[in-house]
Design a protein. Structure first.
Ligand SMILES: [Zn+2]
Length: 81
C-alpha cells in the first residue's frame, strides 16, 4: 500500500479508542453539559452525546458533540504534528 493512501473506514475495523487525556476531556465535557442541561434531566436511554472519529494519514481525530445544545469539542488537540 502506498504510504500516501489513507486508510478506508473499514480498514480501521470500526474500533476507535480514546487515550487517557482524551477520555478525561470527554468526561469533563459531559459533566459540564449534564450540569448545564440539568433542567432537562436525564434521558431515558442516554444518547445525548455523539463521539466522532475522523481517520487521517496522521492519526484519528476524535470529537464529541452534545445533541442538546449543539456544542462540539475536539478531543485530540494535543496530537503533535
Ligand atoms: Zn450541551
Amino acid at each position: 500500500m502506498s504510504p500516501y493512501k489513507h486508510k478506508t473506514i473499514t480498514e480501521y475495523n470500526h474500533v476507535f479508542e480514546l487515550d487517557a487525556e482524551s477520555r478525561s476531556a470527554a468526561d469533563k465535557f459531559e459533566a459540564e453539559h449534564e450540569a448545564r442541561h440539568a433542567d432537562i434531566g436525564p434521558t431515558a436511554i442516554g444518547g445525548r452525546y455523539t463521539f466522532e472519529f475522523t481517520p487521517t494519514s496522521v492519526g484519528v481525530f476524535a470529537g464529541l458533540h452534545c445533541a442538546t445544545c449543539g456544542e462540539r469539542i475536539h478531543l485530540t488537540e494535543h496530537v503533535s504534528w
